[in-house]
Design a protein around this ligand. Sequence first.
Ligand code: KDG
Length: 312
Amino acid sequence: PLEVVTLGEPLIQLTPRSGVRLADATELEIHTAGAEANVALAMARLGHHVAYVGRVGSDPFGDRILDVLRTAGVHTDPVVRDQDRPTGVYVKDYDGGQSRMHYYRRGSAATRLTFEDLRPYLGLPRLFHTTGVTAALSPECLTAVQELARHTRTTGEALMSFDVNYRPALWDPSEAGPVLLDLARMADIVFVGCDEAHHLWGTAHPQKIRALLPQVPHLVVKDSSSAAYSFMNDTTIAVPALPTAVVEPVGAGDAFAAGFLSAVLNEADHRTALRYGHLLASAALSSVADQVVPPPPTQMAAAASVDDQTWS
Ligand code: KDG
């Protein structure tokens, strides 16, 4: 049976060779990306039954994305192929040692996403997952995310997982702040980074972020490389991040969400869920690709079950 449905815009990612500036590059590698697609792939690779809802163009980039998702075992039947609009693209630049993202996605196929695209899957999964990236793409996309949140809230038939995922290139904090706060308040599981909470809501303090989202059944606050906090009812748990030599950070948040949600679906406790998140984030940080190849489930389980001293 279907466990997870993710909603979003899958992207083609073009990347120069590591360390080469885009302005000097003569070759670009092609990868697939997109926050929700990254979560879908990682969860399918962890053995979950996952479906992806989104839109791509009727172009070779769209073919490629569907091929990558299907090869990983993600169901893609309701992905709409738009005849007129292209698949979204982003280009990663290595400038001065830092990677920067340049979007070529305005007016892409996915900007026409609607709640109707989700219709074939209503009532089926245990969990829906989407992010603030999708909410930022167009008024139609924002409505689709809001309707999904309302649907899960009123029917109670599935959990809604929402990663705040603020992208400054897509909208200003003054516009995004209240919209993303409202969406987070409607979700059952929320992921937010301290840095993005600071940009959006003026606080990077985990307890103060909790005070903004007091009713969220399961709030996860990530303090970049130091720790992640889980707030559930009156309980707070903090788990330190794994020391990792960072090759490239993009995709680590999606990997964290995938690991955490996998543990939730397996009915693991919070500490284990945070550890699964860190384990996958660490794998993503160690690679230039946005999409993570998780360690085999038995290895994950063994790594997550060590005692506190061994973990930190
Ligand atoms: O979280 C990683 C994503 O940021 C990346 O894959 C591209 O989806 C993307 C976005 O919109 O930024």
